[in-house]
Design a protein around this ligand. Structure first.
Ligand code: SF4
Ligand code: SF4
Length: 440
């Protein structure tokens, strides 16, 4: 199968997927306590609807967002609310959280399934909203909102993102390999919600086993109705899974600068999100468990784990045998993830993976001056000029970088990866955006 790809730039970082891609998803035993942050989504912080010492059931709503953009939060265990107080958070330093002590005698909650095809579009959307589902590929945008594009948007294609182009991460690969029928069924639910017939699932060619099983599941599913779910192999190139690059790669449609996918008739969903939609619509199961890759050579044992949302990284590390020569912890992939300084933070709805990197996997060297080689410009998938942005920021003129299209920069890190002078071009881009915003 010849793979498709995007038009400009891109890089081929070392994959490091061999650490976990062959490991089946393993369910981590629930911890004795979970810490559920009130912000695990894009939008307003959720408000608790439970009190200290209150008993809660697994899957019960414990915090809601009313009259604003956001998503409900559910307890991931049965137990008692120990406290509601600020706790360390992976991206916000600290954030209000509901802390629940698990009742070790409580059995896991059981769910029965029903036929989603009997439900209307509105009923399906209500189940997705009630389940607190958010986009699990990035910022955690509430899924029920994303699946309600404005009436004038002429959406005709659902794109499922099976690229997983970030090094180390193998969660979506394993989900497609182990649950292909559920992913395809989830796609058909989304097609019904959107009132369209066509879905294309993009998978990079380094996941040939997943392409194979997904093709079979899609072929069986197409016999059920008149929807078309197609698998498309894509070249192995980073950042193939970024929204604009993915859409171009699969549909040859270009999302305009400042535009959104529905401007070109497309809605994109991630594989984990699609599975959560499947569970919400068939079983009314809320989103309170997360499959994530825990990798990096500092970990005693790497794994693709299904964990309760709210599980502290310290519990995960203990379960995986601890760390050795730990130099850096990254939440997400090494290209677009962010460094975290503590393992006292919980796994959230949007945690795709956590990397525990040792000294052989990190480069903490100093950066040098620009040598004007132009490699960063060749690598940028948006056709920007990262070197100019860096030079302006260093000169205290970051506020003047709008002319270089800085707001089209989605901080993919391709430029910094190829820079022989190791210049922190992503940080420069962030500083430039801040400088422009400060000047209004
Ligand atoms: S981080 Fe920004 S400037 Fe650098 S390659 Fe990516 S989009 Fe281009
Ligand atoms: S890759 Fe680095 S050294 Fe080369 S032009 Fe870009 S910023 Fe300068």
């Amino acid at each position: 199968m010849a793979g498709t790809t995007f038009a400009k730039g891109g890089i081929h970082p070392e994959e490091h997927k061999e650490l976990t891609e062959h490991l089946a998803i393993e369910e981590m035993p629930p911890p004795s306590q979970v810490v559920l942050p009130l912000s695990m989504h894009f939008g307003a912080i959720a408000q608790p609807i439970v009190k200290k010492k209150q008993e809660v059931q697994e899957g019960e709503v414990i915090a809601v967002v009313e009259k604003a953009l956001g998503a409900s939060i559910h307890s991931s265990v049965t137990g008692v609310v120990k406290a509601i107080e600020p706790r360390p958070h992976p991206t916000m330093v600290r954030c209000g959280a509901i802390i629940i002590d698990r009742d070790p005698s409580a059995p896991p909650r059981q769910y029965s399934t029903e036929d989603w095809k009997k439900l209307s579009r509105e009923q399906l959307l209500a189940r997705i909203k009630d389940a607190g589902i958010v986009g699990m590929g990035g910022a955690g945008f509430p899924t029920h909102v994303k699946l309600s594009p404005p009436p004038n948007a002429k959406v005709d294609t659902l794109v499922l993102n099976g690229a997983e182009c970030e090094p180390y991460l193998t969660t979506d690969h394993r989900l497609m390999l182990e649950y292909p029928e559920k992913v395809i069924e989830g796609a058909r639910i989304i097609l019904k919600v959107l009132g369209i017939k066509q879905c294309v699932i993009g998978i990079e060619l380094n996941k040939a086993d997943a392409i194979n099983v997904m093709n079979k599941a899609a072929a069986q599913s197409s016999e059920k109705d008149d929807t078309v779910v197609r698998i498309q192999g894509m070249q192995v190139k980073y950042p193939q899974g970024s929204e604009k690059q993915l859409i171009y790669s699969l549909t040859k449609r270009s999302v305009p600068g400042g535009g959104l996918p529905f401007d070109v008739g497309v809605i994109v969903q991630n594989i984990s999100t699609t599975l959560a939609i499947f569970e919400a619509c068939l079983m009314q199961k809320p989103l309170y468990e997360k499959v994530a890759t825990f990798s990096g050579r500092a970990l005693d044992r790497q794994a693709n784990l299904k964990v309760k949302v709210g599980t502290l990284l310290s519990d995960v590390v203990e379960y995986l045998g601890g760390t050795k020569d730990l130099v850096k912890i990254v939440s997400g992939g090494p290209m677009m993830g962010f460094a975290i300084s503590s393992i006292d933070v919980p796994v959230t709805k949007t945690t795709s993976g956590v990397l525990f990197l040792n000294s052989s996997e990190t480069d903490l060297g100093e950066f040098g001056p620009c040598i004007h080689c132009g490699w960063c410009m060749e690598a940028c998938p948006m056709g920007l000029s990262p070197k100019e942005v860096g030079l302006y920021v260093e000169a205290g003129r970051g506020h003047l970088t709008e002319k270089f299209g800085i707001f089209d920069c989605f901080e993919c890190g391709c430029c910094a990866y190829v820079c022989p002078a190791k210049r922190p071009l992503v940080q420069f881009a962030r500083l430039a955006k801040i400088a422009i915003k400060k000047r209004g």
